[in-house]
Ligand binder design. Structure first.
Ligand code: HEM
Length: 366
C-alpha cells in the first residue's frame, strides 16, 4: 500500500497524473440525459485493440507469399494451438467493427452531432470509416483462397471504369495486369503497417477533437434548446452532469460486453456464417468460381455499378454520395439538432438507409 502511494507520488510529481486522471475521469462531466448510443466510440476502441492484438499473433505464422499463404492459414486453423480462435476473432471481428462503425455514424447523423463545432470530429471519423473499409479489403486477399483472389479481382476491376487513368490505376493497385504476387505484397504491407499506422493517428486526432469540443448534449427532452455556437467557443461544459468515471464507464462496459458476446457467439457457434465454399479452396487464377460476391458491406457499391447503364455513372454516383457525406457539416449548418424539428433531414435519413439496405439485398441475390 505504502509502496503504491510512493510510486504514485513519484509519477505524480513528474507527470501530474492525479490531476490528469481527475480531469479526464471523475471531474469529466457528461450530459445528464446521455444515452447508450454514446458508448459506441468506446466499443470501437475495444474492438480495434482486439484486431491489433489478434493481428500481431496471426503475423507469427502467416506467410505473405502466394505459394504458402493459403497453407499457412490452414496451419493456423488446424495445427497451431488456439490458432482457430485468434483467426476467427480477427476475421469475424472485422465484420463486427463495420457494424459498430455504421451504428456510431448513424447515431451521430440522427442526433446531428456532426454540426459546429464538431466538423473535424466528423471529418476524421469519416476518414477512419473509409480506412477501416480499406483494411477489410486488403485483409480479405491475404488468405489467398479462391474467394480472396476473385473478390479482389472484381473490386480492383471497378477502378478500370475511370476515364483515361482507369487502366493505370488498376495496374497500380495490382502491381500488374492481374492480381498476383505483387498484389499480395502491397496489400500485405498496407494491411499490417501502412493503414494501421494511419488509422492509429486518425483515432488519436478523433479522440482529441471529441475532448476538445466536449461531448454533445443529446438533442432530446423538454429542457433541450438549440443554440448558436459563438466564435469564441472553447468547450461544451455540462455543469451538474454525471461523472465519466465511474458512472458512464459502467454503461460503456455493459455495451462492450454485449458486443463481445455477439462476436464470441459467432466465433463459437457460426464461424463459417460468412464463408462460402470458395473460401476453403486455394486461389486458382485459371478457374473463376460461379458466385463471387463482395462482403456484405460492399454489396451496395457492387450493385450500384450494375444498376446504371455504365460503370462510370455508377462510380460517379458513389463518389458524389461519399463527398456529400464527408462535407455534410459544412452543408447542413443550422443550429437545430432535434430530430422532430428536422423532418426533411430525418425523412431523407431513413429513405437513404432503406435504399442502401434494399440495394445490398438485391446485390446479394442478383
Ligand atoms: C475507430 C473508429 C472510431 C472510434 C474509436 C471513435 C471514437 C469515438 C469516441 C470515444 C467518441 C466519444 C463518445 C461517443 O460519442 O461515442 C466519439 C464521438 C464522435 N464520433 Fe467517433 N469514433 C470512430 C469512428 C467515427 C466515425 C466513422 C464517425 C463518422 C463518420 C465518427 C464521428 C464522431 C462524432 C461526430 C463524434 C462526436 C459525438 C458527440 O460529441 O456527440 N466517429 N467517437
Amino acid at each position: 500500500m505504502n509502496l503504491k502511494k510512493r510510486l504514485l507520488d513519484f509519477v505524480d510529481v513528474r507527470l501530474g497524473v492525479r490531476d490528469l486522471l481527475a480531469q479526464n475521469l471523475t471531474k469529466y462531466l457528461l450530459p445528464r440525459n446521455i444515452n447508450a448510443w454514446y458508448t459506441l466510440g468506446a466499443v470501437l476502441l475495444t474492438l480495434f485493440m482486439i484486431q491489433v492484438a489478434t493481428g500481431i499473433l496471426l503475423l507469427i505464422y502467416y506467410v505473405p507469399n502466394p505459394d504458402e499463404a493459403f497453407q499457412s492459414v490452414e496451419r493456423i486453423m488446424n495445427e497451431i494451438p488456439f490458432g482457430w480462435l485468434i483467426r476467427n476473432l480477427h476475421a469475424i471481428g472485422a465484420n463486427v467493427i463495420v457494424i459498430a462503425l455504421l451504428l456510431h455514424m448513424l447515431s451521430v447523423l440522427f442526433m446531428a452531432s456532426y454540426k459546429r463545432p464538431r466538423e473535424l470530429t466528423w471529418l476524421s471519423g469519416f476518414l477512419i470509416f473509409n480506412l477501416a473499409l480499406g483494411l477489410c479489403l486488403t485483409g480479405y486477399l491475404l488468405p489467398w483462397s479462391q474467394l480472396s483472389f476473385w473478390a479482389t479481382t472484381v473490386a480492383t476491376d471497378a477502378a478500370g471504369a475511370i476515364p483515361v487513368l482507369g487502366d493505370e490505376i488498376v495496374r497500380f493497385l495490382r502491381g500488374g495486369s492481374m492480381v498476383n504476387e505483387a498484389t499480395l505484397g502491397r496489400f500485405f504491407a498496407l494491411h499490417v503497417m501502412g493503414m494501421p499506422l494511419l488509422l492509429g493517428g486518425l483515432v488519436g486526432f478523433h479522440l482529441f477533437c471529441v475532448r476538445r469540443a466536449g461531448i454533445s448534449r443529446p438533442p432530446f427532452g423538454p429542457t433541450y434548446q438549440p443554440r448558436e455556437i459563438p466564435d469564441h467557443f472553447e468547450h461544451e461544459e455540462h455543469p451538474g452532469g454525471i461523472p465519466f468515471f465511474p458512472n458512464y464507464v459502467i454503461k460503456d462496459l455493459a455495451v462492450i460486453c454485449f458486443f463481445l458476446a455477439f462476436l464470441l457467439a459467432i466465433v463459437f457457434f457460426a464461424p463459417t456464417l460468412l464463408s462460402p465454399e470458395s473460401a476453403f479452396v486455394p486461389a486458382d487464377p485459371f478457374v473463376t468460381p460461379p458466385h463471387i460476391k463482395p462482403e456484405w458491406y460492399f454489396l451496395w457499391a457492387y450493385q450500384t455499378l450494375k444498376i446504371f447503364p455504365s460503370e462510370l455513372i455508377g462510380l460517379g454516383v458513389q463518389g458524389a454520395f461519399m463527398t456529400f457525406l464527408a462535407l455534410l457539416p459544412f452543408i447542413d449548418r443550422g443550429p437545430e439538432r432535434r430530430p422532430a424539428m428536422r423532418p426533411i433531414f430525418v425523412t431523407s435519413f431513413f429513405l437513404t438507409l432503406f435504399v442502401f439496405v434494399a440495394i445490398s439485398i438485391w446485390g446479394h441475390f442478383s
